[in-house]
Design a protein around this ligand. Structure first.
Ligand code: GDP
Length: 530
């Protein structure tokens, strides 16, 4: 990974990233402050307000509110420091990891937010591991320093040991909790002081000439100053120094300390992203690597969100632009169906509201409203038959059968389920024998979300019940062998929303037997989405 000085300036100035964190660490608050400094909203607090307005519109979000989890993901764009930031929101709850993982395929970097009192929590660790699989550069923000927090060295050690990554302090906190004054900027030798009186005010920044600068005594009480000098000296001796290349290669994370709610440390973090963060990176496809500076426009769908507006049964496919300069109205090729597609009303999620995107460059995220043609993993190009690789599809780990409480509604239910399957929200299997459907998910909470969405978005009350099956395997092989297999195993067969054959069972023993008896067939636990 590199910052590719050869990129055209419009692409080079883009920063596409996600925030990873454990629920409650402060992701929403930090996002609000990003938007505030990005000039996108006048007052912090609007993200939440907006979120709530959206929730009342789409009531399945009620669950979200009740449980305090965030189910939906969206993308927001704003400008800061001459850079275009594209922030892709990741759902926070561990049950929605599949969605989150896919989101992480659309970004070039991640910001890891941790709570200074809690350190590295379970969900942070999981998400971090996904970032590591892709060698994503990670910038760390240690939040809530205005509260009692752990010792700074302890926090850094914990990250280094727990996540096996080098940590370089970009700032160093002065005081903690009630005594938290601000930070010493280790990269620029500045003193950043927090204004407790006004949470949305930019903090005071004092240029100093290092830790011996007499100005320090005017701003920092003696006891804290002595501690600061000692700690910074120790940190410089014991901890790795910041190195951009190590960051871009994913071996080192710079850490900023701050308090998102007090807007403190946020600007320095944003500066860090714009100065050191990666520009749009090349994307992998089955045939070749796609460089962002290529002239031809290419992009891939990493998320589909249905029923953003329940009044219209539309869906928005979120597309990560991989190369070129897209202009509204362009005719692109939808590679999976080989059909041309005029992209006439793409939306760019400019912070608070959607807006028509007149143009987009490699690195940007645009939303394309459609009626279900666009699916996760689909490629859009100017004609080349590209297949982007790397979007994960997960084996469903939990299966349940689902029925409409009113049998007359079975057809409607089928439609709703197919839509969720295309959205990637669940795997849906229609058994060859009998009625009803079997739904496969990765986390148990997803069943509740689905039931709630089916009821609210389609008006169909449903019941999920335990299924006689616990595992699903996609069956592939020469057609006559597959047909013979299906005939001999009718009671175990189903097809998914693409019409592909799936073998359902509850016993690993069955799977072993099939593999032994049908050596020409492969049973796979996942199906590539691309
Ligand atoms: P998320 O679940 O990660 O999106 O976290 P939120 O941004 O919703 O924050 C969780 C809670 O922590 C909220 O009550 C915030 O007001 C609070 N919070 C966020 N940042 C700070 C901070 O810097 N200091 C303090 N004391 N509280 C904070």
């Amino acid at each position: 990974m590199s910052n590719r000085p050869e990129l055209p300036p419009e692409i080079a100035r883009r920063r596409t990233f996600a925030i990873i964190s454990h629920p409650d660490a402060g992701k929403t608050t930090l996002t609000e402050k990003f938007l505030l400094y990005g000039g996108a909203i006048q007052m912090a607090g609007q993200v939440r307000a907006k979120g709530e307005a959206r929730r009342t519109r789409s009531d399945f979000m009620k669950m979200e509110q009740d449980r305090g989890i965030s189910v939906s993901a969206s993308a927001m764009s704003f400008d800061f420091d001459g850079h275009r930031f594209n922030l892709v929101d990741t759902p926070g709850h561990s049950d929605f990891s599949e969605d989150t993982y896919r989101t992480l395929t659309a970004v070039d970097a991640a910001i890891m937010v941790i709570d200074g009192a809690k350190g590295v929590e379970s969900q942070t660790r999981k998400l971090f591991e996904v970032c590591r699989l892709r060698d994503l550069p990670i910038l760390t923000f240690c939040n809530k320093m205005d509260r009692e927090s752990r010792d700074t060295f302890e926090i850094i050690d914990e990250i280094q040991e727990n996540l096996a990554i080098d940590v370089a302090p970009a700032s160093w906190p002065i005081g903690v909790g009630r005594e938290f004054l601000g930070c010493y900027d280790m990269l620029n030798d500045r003193l950043e002081l927090m204004d407790r009186a006004d949470r949305n005010r930019v903090a005071e920044s004092v240029k100093i000439s290092g830790l011996d600068d007499p100005q320090l005594t005017q701003h920092v009480p003696e006891n804290l100053l002595a501690k600061l000098r000692e700690e910074v000296e120790m940190a410089r001796e014991l901890l790795p120094a910041f190195d951009q290349r190590s960051l871009l290669e994913g071996h080192l994370t710079p850490i900023w300390f701050g308090s998102a709610i007090n807007s403190f440390g946020v600007r320095e973090l944003m500066k860090g992203i714009s100065t050191f963060g990666p520009a749009p990176q090349p994307q992998n496809s089955a045939s070749r690597e796609i460089a962002p500076e290529e002239r031809a426009v290419t992009g891939f769908v990493f998320k589909v969100q249905a029923n953003m507006d329940p009044k219209h049964r539309d869906r928005v496919a979120f597309v990560r632009m991989a190369s070129g300069h897209f202009l509204r109205g362009m005719k692109l090729t939808h590679v999976r169906t080989k059909k041309p597609m005029a992209v006439s009303n793409p939306v760019l999620f400019l912070a608070s509201d959607r807006e028509l995107a007149e143009e987009a460059w490699a690195g940007d995220i645009i939303g394309i409203p459609n009626h279900g043609q666009l699916r996760i993993g689909d490629a859009l190009t100017e004609g080349e038959a590209l297949r982007f690789t790397g979007i994960p599809s997960f084996a469903p780990e939990l299966l349940q059968s689902v029925r409409a409480a009113d049998p007359m509604k079975a057809k409607h239910l089928e439609k709703a389920l197919m839509q969720f399957a295309e959205e990637g929200a669940a795997k849906v299997f229609k058994p060859a024998i009998g009625s009803g459907f079997i739904v496969g998910v990765v986390g148990a909470l997803q069943f509740e979300v689905l039931a709630s969405r089916i009821e609210i978005e389609y008006g169909i009350p449903v019941r999920f019940e335990s299924s006689q099956f616990t595992s699903a395997r996609w069956v592939q092989g020469p057609k006559e062998k597959v047909d013979a297999f299906i005939n001999a195993n009718k009671g175990h067969m189903a097809h998914d929303h693409d019409g592909d054959q799936v073998y359902l069972t509850r016993l690993q023993w069955d799977i072993d037997r099939v593999e032994r008896d049908y050596p020409d067939l492969t049973l796979s636990a996942t199906k590539e989405m691309m």
